[in-house]
Design a protein around this ligand. Structure first.
Ligand code: NAG
Ligand code: NAG
Ligand code: NAG
Ligand code: NAG
Length: 521
């Protein structure tokens, strides 16, 4: 991890954990032969097929202010009485964001094929689990219609396309822990000693006994009841062991068979070196299942009051943003900024905002409203546009669209792409629109532009349009999928968010997008 100083802030690094899903690493090459300009015409990019060779190597608008807790509220939540903290000043801390790759994509075509199938099956498990929280019917039925071949329960095992960052926890000294960054959940947790059942992780296990500032949350604290219920769906349970004081136990399930269970605790959180937060509430996980890519745990960036965003709101003003790198190449990383200081961004276009929507039935999630779509600059029409809340998630890979919207986007993409002379190829897993691009030095790609409520336009980067199944380019697919039912919740996945600055402003209740090159080296 590295730190760079910025105006009244410092920078943490955020890495991409997993797969070299860099795919079309998108050295978008100029139409004309000029090496740098990426865009041909307006809404189309030309990418080099040569880039393909490299990739395997490596919710009702609510104003949350009433729910956010200031220092006094925090103390109360922990069953203490404490005066409100000092004057509100917000800072920005930038962390490095990376793919955590335990396993590089195998080179051998058969292994690579199996690997990518598992990856997409795991992604389908996640997308289904997100539906599950709203509506059981949808999930049960959709698994029948999908071509993912791994049962939901084992999904997380192969979930490798997650982004990770490093936090410090505890004191004397702080332990550096690599955690998965998740905008779709709230409670931050790490695996803890003494584990009754832990999966293998890269960092040493966090040892509460070794931290002078560690404390278990009291059972009578509201964190153990209402806050935990909002974050996980169930309140904590109290238990005593061998004469020790009562402790608050949490149980967190991710809907796909993976879980973390343990003691709700507080300790000092360090973000990017100097930024420290005392009394950060987190889960000390004693029984955890799912490989979680070898990460030490998970950072919850959702909307309820136990999320890291809420707990740090007096420092960071309830704002964060990220920039997801397009490649998983070893030493490149994107960034996770806590705080809203735009001087930490490297955005190439102005930030266009749309309304952030909250759904009381699905507390952690961030939603927005997509009112229009265009492919290669040509608008499409579909009944599903503007019809329902769309979830934006850092943990889902492939964007899922309702059948009407996906059908329209797919048809227009196929019309234009086919018109360039590219031959169709067989579908792959959840991806049904594939081409044989072998023999083409460069590929001209129509880009998808989404129009958000309020008029913000977000053009998907060329890196987010195509998914390279076969390294030789003979099977390259449109990197999006349709949901089985029109009333399901569409998801904007991380594959389509690459090379964007995505800003979550929970106090202003808005989400912003700008183009940015997300590869820090
Ligand atoms: C919670 O319980 C502890 C001891 O068990 C007690 O000291 C504290 O005052 C209680 N807090 C509240 C808010 O009731
Ligand atoms: C954690 O990382 C920081 C920054 O790289 C380093 O200075 C510190 O020694 C590390 N702490 C431990 C316990 O390894
Ligand atoms: C980056 O975003 C900021 C905040 O919206 C804006 O002021 C600035 O002009 C943007 N930079 C570029 C190069 O567009
Ligand atoms: C989305 O925005 C459009 C245009 O403002 C509006 O008509 C529609 O009701 C909105 N849909 C949702 C789900 O908020």
């Amino acid at each position: 991890m590295r730190a760079a100083t910025m105006a009244a802030a410092h920078r943490l690094l955020l890495g991409c954990g997993g797969l070299g899903l860099a795919l079309l690493a998108v050295a978008a090459i100029a139409a004309g032969a000029g090496p740098a300009a990426a865009v041909v015409g307006k809404k189309t990019a030309v990418v080099s097929l040569r880039e393909l060779d490299g990739w395997g190597a490596a919710r009702q608008q609510d104003r949350p202010s009433g729910r956010r807790y200031a220092d006094a509220k925090r103390a109360e939540m922990l069953g203490e009485r404490k005066k409100a903290g000092a004057a509100r000043q917000t800072a920005t801390t930038v962390l490095e964001l990376k793919h955590h790759s335990l396993a590089a994509i195998p080179d051998d075509p058969a292994s690579r094929n199996a690997y990518l199938r598992r990856l997409l099956a795991a992604d389908e498990a996640r997308a289904n689990a997100l539906q599950l929280q709203k509506n059981t019917r949808a999930s049960t039925q959709s698994s029948a219609g999908s071509s993912a071949e791994i049962p939901l329960t084992s999904g997380i095992r192969y979930q490798t396309l997650n982004y990770v960052t490093t936090i410090g926890l505890g004191s004397g000294p702080a332990a550096n822990l690599t955690v998965i960054v998740d905008t779709g959940s709230d409670l931050t947790w790490v695996q803890c000693k003494p584990c009754s059942s832990c999966y293998a992780q890269r960092d040493p296990l966090f040892d509460p006994a070794g931290s002078a500032t560690y404390a278990a949350v009291r059972c009578n604290a509201s964190a153990c009841a209402a806050s935990l219920k909002a974050a996980t769906g169930v309140p904590g349970s109290c238990a005593t062991t061998a004469g020790a004081a009562e402790k608050c136990y949490y149980a967190l399930g991710y809907g796909d068979g993976s879980f973390s269970r343990g003691v709700l605790a507080t300790d000092t959180l360090a973000l990017g070196g100097a930024a420290r937060l005392d009394g950060f509430v987190f889960g000390c996980g004693l029984s955890n299942r799912g490989l979680f890519g070898g990460a030490a745990g998970l950072m919850g960036l959702g909307r309820t009051e136990l999320s890291l965003v809420s707990q740090t709101s007096s420092r960071y003003g309830g704002a964060f943003s990220y920039c997801l790198p397009a490649t998983a190449a070893g030493d490149t990383a994107g960034s996770l900024s806590l705080g809203g200081d735009a001087s930490s961004y490297r955005n190439k276009t102005a930030i266009a905002y749309t309304r952030m929507i909250a759904d009381p039935a699905q507390p952690p999630f961030y939603f927005l409203n997509i009112t229009g779509a265009a492919v290669g600059g040509k608008a499409v029409t579909a009944s599903g546009l503007g019809a329902g809340n769309v979830l934006i998630d850092s943990g889902t890979v492939i964007t899922r669209l309702t059948p009407s919207v996906y059908g329209a986007v797919r048809a227009e993409f196929a019309r234009q792409f086919g018109g360039y002379g590219y031959r169709e190829a067989a579908g792959f897993s959840i991806l049904d629109t594939c081409y044989d691009l072998s023999g083409h030095d460069e590929v001209k790609v129509p880009l998808l532009t989404l129009t958000m409520e309020g008029g913000a336009e977000v053009e998907v980067d060329a890196a987010g349009m195509l998914f390279v199944v076969r390294k030789d380019g003979s099977q390259v697919c449109l990197a999006m999928a349709g949901l089985p039912y029109e009333d399901q919740t569409p998801i904007v996945g991380n594959y389509q968010q690459k090379n964007k600055r995505v800003v979550y402003d929970t106090v202003g209740a808005r989400i912003g997008f700008a183009d940015e090159d997300c590869s820090f080296v």
